[in-house]
Each structure stands twice: as C-alpha cells, then as structure tokens.
Design a protein around this ligand. Structure first.
Ligand SMILES: Cc1ncc(COP(=O)(O)O)c(C=O)c1O
Length: 391
C-alpha cells in the first residue's frame, strides 16, 4: 500500500495536470488546430546550434570515461567556469567549491533544502508560487509558510514577509523572473529583502530559484542575487536558457557570504548522493562547459509575449506585460478563477487557475507556444471578452 501522504497528494492532483487531460479530450473531439493550449510550461524552441554541436562533438569519438561517475558535486572544470560567471555577475569572489552541479533547478532546490532543514523548520514561500515548492519543502520535513504578494504589482510585500518570520524560519524561497507572475525582482527589492532578513536578528537563508534568469525582455537583465542577499543560494538550470528541460542539467551556487559556508559546501555534495541523484548528468555537464554562453532565441519568446499582450488587451483584459519568464498572470473578470477557466475551456482555450499557484482570482497563460496557435486563438479570446462584457 502506498503512503497516506502520497495518497493525499495524488487525490489533490495538480490543476496543471487536469488542464493537460482536458487538452487531450478537446483535441480528440475538435482536432488539434482547434484547441488553444496555453496551460503547460514546456519550452517549445529547440536548443541552440552551439549546444547541438557540442552534443555531436562530445559523442562522436571514443567515450574515454565520458559516461562515468564523477565526484558528487560535479566536474571541477565545469564548477570553476560557473563560479567565474557568478563572480563576474556578483562582484564577489566565488570559487568552484560554491558550485554543485545538479539534476535541474528542481534537483538543486531539493539538495539545498535537505542541506539546511531540520524537522518543522519553516520556509517562507511567496504566492503566487510554483506549486512544487510545497512538495520540495515537505520532502525534507519543512513547513511551508505562504505569504501573499501585492495583487496589483504581483511583487513581494516586505511587511508581509516580516510578519511571517518566527524563530523557526530557516529559509525564504524567491523566484525571479517569476513563474507564474512574470515579474522580475529589481536590485532594490532584493536589497529590501536582505535588509528585512538581517533585521530579524537570525540567519534566514534565501533559496533563489532562477531557471528563467536569462528570459528577460525589453533589454532588461536580472540582478545578481548573490550580490544583494547575504545568505543566498542560487538554484538554476539550462532547462529554459538552452531549452534542455528533459536533460535535467542545473546547478546551485552557495554565496561565499553564507553562514556555515564550509560545512554547506561539503553537505550539498553529500545530499546530491543521499537523494539518489549521485551526480548531475555527466554528458550534459560537458555540453554546458562547451557551450556555456549559448541561449535560445529569446527574441522569439519576446515577440510572442508582445502578440499575446495585444490580443488580451484587445479582448479587454486587465493585463500586465510580463518582464521575464514564459507566463502571463492575468486577473480574471470574475472572482471565481475555476469558473472562469472552465468557461475558457468552452471556447477551447486552456489556461491554469491562479488558485493552483496559491493566488485565486487570476489565471496563468504560457506563451511558449507556436505562433500559429496564438493567431488561431484570437477569435476565441474575443469571444471570452464579449462574454464577460470586457469589450
Ligand atoms: C519556477 C520553476 N522552478 C523550477 C522549475 C524546474 O526547473 P528544472 O527543469 O530546471 O528542474 C520550473 C520548471 O518549470 C519552474 O517553473
């Protein structure tokens, strides 16, 4: 028999998965080109040429140990190169031992949470949030404490964070560019978070989940978390930057200013092993070493974002242009986001209710979708706009 906690987890199900199943049903009934599925966050661009070339070159000759185990935190030369990049971005002295190669950003988060959490330690999570954060915290005996962001700006509210701090608070998870809200935390916001945590008089680690850090639009860049937040750990991956989500390659980088740095460096390697990851995928550590600066064509995501912004605005929605990431997070024209999303399904538009991200009254729409689907969806959005008297 499976565990009671997993029984509960399965019964709850994820709203994203429910939309996925709805999509299968609709496509069967109406045909694939008649369904406008904006529910999943699966990057649809292929990896950049440099990445494909690195894969071909690395696998062309004799393997020579290419597929062997290595030390738990990863290949030293890969860690050193990443440390160099993080040092350049932050202005800090970051050495290879700060870096542990991981199974995606998700693996990085699980490794660091296992490293720092004792049973019942509290972890502050800012809503709207990536729903798996709840699982990651609970995986390691932690207690998620949800803190609401500002419903107008979707940015963190510092006073709300301060109110949520207790003597058991061990960490705060931040995510910028944000899934689902698309906001980017400015230098000022990061500095305010740092100050608020310092004022608490206790050490609170900031686990900064950054898989979208290269997906910033309108010429923006994302500030360095290591630079602005003292006890910070960056968790990131090449899932979005290089469109490699299935290859599960990422890393964590511990700030040299983190309390207990030396012990942490040893513990993360150990946790990589204890969680059963052992090490990050060997081939893809080498792939990123050889193509470290490669990125997908971010301009393509930006032009889709712009087109969808125009469509939603024309349909009368109260919409904020996402500064980064792959999602719009839009206020529903009615209070009940489940009811609104169900009525979108009638128009064959699939989006995800904000309640799935701990933020009711909104819906999430992913713009990592083909241009043709975006164009085909125009009439359906206009129909929704008319149905709710937005136009
Ligand atoms: C906010 C956020 N964090 C983490 C992840 C997991 O990233 P990875 O594929 O690198 O594990 C995702 C995936 O979509 C995400 O949206």
């Amino acid at each position: 028999m499976i565990s009671n906690s997993m029984k509960k987890n399965i019964q709850g199900g994820s709203v994203i998965r429910k939309m996925f199943e709805e999509g299968i049903r609709l496509r069967k009934q109406f045909g694939a080109d008649q369904v406008y599925d904006f529910s999943l966050g699966n990057p649809d661009l292929e990896p950049p040429q440099e990445v494909l070339e690195a894969i071909r070159n690395l696998t062309a000759g004799e393997p020579n140990g290419l597929h062997a185990y290595m030390s738990n935190p990863g290949y030293p030369e890969v860690r050193a190169l990443i440390a160099e990049k993080q040092a350049l971005k932050s202005g800090l002295t970051v050495k290879a031992d700060s870096v542990c190669m991981t199974v995606g950003a998700a693996g990085a988060m699980n490794v660091i949470l296992k490293t720092i959490l004792d049973p019942n330690d509290e972890v502050i999570i800012l809503a709207p949030y990536f729903v798996d954060y709840l699982n990651y915290v609970q995986n390691h005996g932690g207690k998620p404490v949800i803190v609401q962001s500002d419903p107008d700006t979707l940015l963190p509210v510092i006073e709300n964070i301060v109110h949520a701090i207790t003597p058991r608070t061990k960490a705060l998870i931040i995510n910028s560019p944000n899934n689902p809200s698309g906001v980017i935390y400015s230098e000022a916001i990061l500095a305010q978070i740092d100050q608020a945590l310092r004022n608490s008089g206790q050490t609170i680690y900031v686990v900064s989940d950054e898989p979208y850090s290269d997906l910033a639009y309108d010429g923006q860049t994302t500030p360095s978390t290591l630079k602005f937040i003292e006890h910070s750990i960056v968790c990131t991956s090449w899932s979005k930057t290089m469109s490699l989500p299935g290859e599960r390659i990422g890393y964590l980088c511990i700030s040299p200013r983190c309390e207990d740095f030396d012990a942490m460096v040893v513990a993360v390697g150990q946790c990589n092993r204890m969680l059963g990851f052992i090490n990050a995928p060997a081939l893809f550590q080498r792939v990123v070493l050889h193509s470290i600066d490669a990125k997908v064509n971010i301009g393509r995501y930006e032009s889709r974002r712009n087109r969808i912004y125009d469509i939603l605005s024309a349909a009368g929605f109260d919409v904020q242009k996402p500064a980064g990431g792959l999602y719009f997070f839009v206020r529903c024209p009615i209070k009940d986001d489940f009811e609104f999303v169900a009525s979108c399904v009638e128009a064959r538009i699939l989006v995800v209710p904000g309640s799935g991200f701990g933020f009711p009254g909104f819906f999430r729409l992913c713009f990592a979708v083909p241009d043709t689907m975006i164009e085909n969806s125009v009439n359906a959005f206009m129909e929704i706009g008319r149905r709710y008297h937005l136009i």
